[in-house]
Design a protein. Structure first.
Length: 489
């Protein structure tokens, strides 16, 4: 038989309890220490004296911080709150600045958080109170129930009956000692003498990543551009890092074998802020490059922040129009002509004498221009890889509206030739509808051993598999390129 009692209806205190679905005993527990660990001392982020965060490409960061704490003789259980829920526990290390006085015994990463679902799960096998409210009178009744299971739903035993749904609100008389309000790193020390101690904590964590984003602005002549590199940092780790020394590392890093990690929060950033600081030159480190941020910064959880890495005021740039073919044009017969628009490219050199000369981390370069005199026209974007000092940057921005090409195969032969040998003749007509002459680079990918037998313009063997022509097309005009190639596979 179930036990039913009437809940008191009068008094503001009991009204609050009823609204919260808690008994007085549970409220007493909530307003006191929620954990049963003896000698546990909570060391909050407010105890930090320093914190440094080094963020790598690839969703990993190294957190190094120090916290000040007074240790007492005997066993000290220190609960370091405010650590990242996405911490890799095997990488965590807590040390005291006086190791002869304070000996580390063990560490525990407690990430089982206090939620309605976890509270119910930890109550399996225990009794709870089910509070029902009469829909007409508002009178409340309380039944004692035993939680049998929370797998794929809830199963309660109330007296002699089994319930598979919660028939009211559930109230708990105690909180499990294993549940935490936030992820906590527990460190147990044996201490000989009382002392004010600095704890040195470091660990690797997921949920933090960064990438470079570039803003390039072309001048009116489209022969020079200004470039600004911005680091876009996203924090989805579940923790906030306030007033931190920040370093960004560009390069590929092997993280080693990955173990299953505590469940972090797979959430998108909720807001975006920008920070404009005096750029600091990058520093080489272990075949990578470190970008130290000049000012301390705060990385809020579920937020994206942008910080300027470097600027270049005047970088010479070359515009290029390109039409590319592929190897399949030369080993079979084509019937219908092909029409396409020329691709638009920008090229510049990452050299000091040309206004740059810095290691450029991988990222997206967005190009803006002054096509209509407003200075606000978006010309296109492309992604670059990690680009060292001295390398060329080539950006593919899209296709030109007024520069077109029409190509056709004018002859094809393989009869009477050695085995796996082909001869193919082509005609490419390039039209220019703009108000000035332009130069278009024709790039043909050639398979196997190849040779240009005939050509109406001089070509260059740019690579073992590539022939190139530079063709000038007059304003409002057209130029035709014809050539014949022999291919042997």
């Amino acid at each position: 038989m179930s036990t039913t009692t009437r809940a008191p209806k009068s008094g503001p205190w009991m009204a609050i309890l009823r609204r919260a679905g808690l008994t007085a005993a549970a409220v007493a527990l909530l307003t006191s220490t929620a954990h049963a660990e003896p000698n546990e001392v909570v060391v909050t982020p407010e105890a930090r004296t320093t914190i440094a965060v080094t963020i790598y490409n690839g969703n990993i960061a190294f957190v190094h911080e120090q916290r000040r704490i007074d240790l007492k003789p005997g066993r000290n259980v220190l609960a370091l709150s405010g650590v990242s829920p996405s911490m890799q526990p095997a990488t965590a290390s807590v040390l005291a600045d006086a190791p002869k006085n304070a000996t580390l015994v063990d560490q525990t990463f407690a990430f089982d958080l206090l939620t309605p679902a976890s509270l119910l799960k930890h109550s399996v096998g225990r009794t709870v109170r089910v509070i029902k409210t009469h829909p007409t009178t508002g009178e409340e009744t309380v039944e004692i129930a035993k939680v049998l299971s929370t797998r794929n739903g809830i199963i309660l035993q109330i007296g002699n009956r089994i319930e598979t749904k919660i028939p009211g609100r559930i109230a708990y008389d105690a909180l499990p000692s294993t549940l935490r309000e936030s992820p906590t790193l527990l460190a147990t020390f044996d201490v000989k003498q009382p002392a004010a101690t600095t704890l040195d904590l470091h660990y690797l964590t997921g949920g933090l990543t960064w990438q470079a984003d570039y803003v390039a602005k072309l001048d009116a002549s489209e022969t020079k551009l200004s470039l600004q590199a911005v680091a876009t940092i996203t924090n989805n780790s579940g923790a906030a890092f306030g007033d931190a020394v920040l370093r960004l590392v560009a390069g590929s890093i092997n993280q080693g074998p990955q173990r299953s990690s505590p469940p972090g929060r797979a959430l998108s950033a909720r807001k975006q802020t920008a920070q404009l600081a005096a750029p600091v030159p990058p520093q080489p480190a272990g075949d990578m490059h470190i970008y130290p941020i000049a000012d301390k910064t705060s990385l809020e959880d579920r937020a994206t922040k942008q910080i300027v890495l470097f600027r270049a005021a005047t970088v010479p740039v070359t515009k290029e129009y390109r039409i590319e073919g592929n190897g399949s044009f030369y080993t079979r017969r084509f019937g219908n002509p092909l029409t396409l628009n020329a691709e638009r490219l920008l090229r510049f050199n990452n050299k000091d004498k040309e206004g740059l000369g810095l290691p450029m981390p991988a990222g997206t370069i967005r190009v803006y221009g002054q096509a209509d005199g407003s200075g606000g026209t978006f010309f296109g974007a492309d992604r670059i890889g990690h680009t060292p000092d001295g390398a060329e940057v080539r950006l593919r921005l899209g296709r030109a509206f007024d520069i077109t090409a029409k190509r056709k195969q004018t002859d094809f032969r393989k009869q009477g030739l050695p085995k796996n040998t082909y001869e193919s003749a082509h005609e490419i007509k390039i039209g220019n509808a703009t108000g000035k002459a332009v130069t278009v680079k024709i790039v043909e990918r050639m398979p196997g051993d190849w040779k240009i037998l005939e050509s109406s313009a001089k070509h260059q063997k740019a690579a073992s598999d590539r022939a190139e022509w530079s063709i000038t097309i007059p304003s409002k005009g057209e130029t035709k390129l014809t050539y014949k190639a022999r291919i042997q596979l």
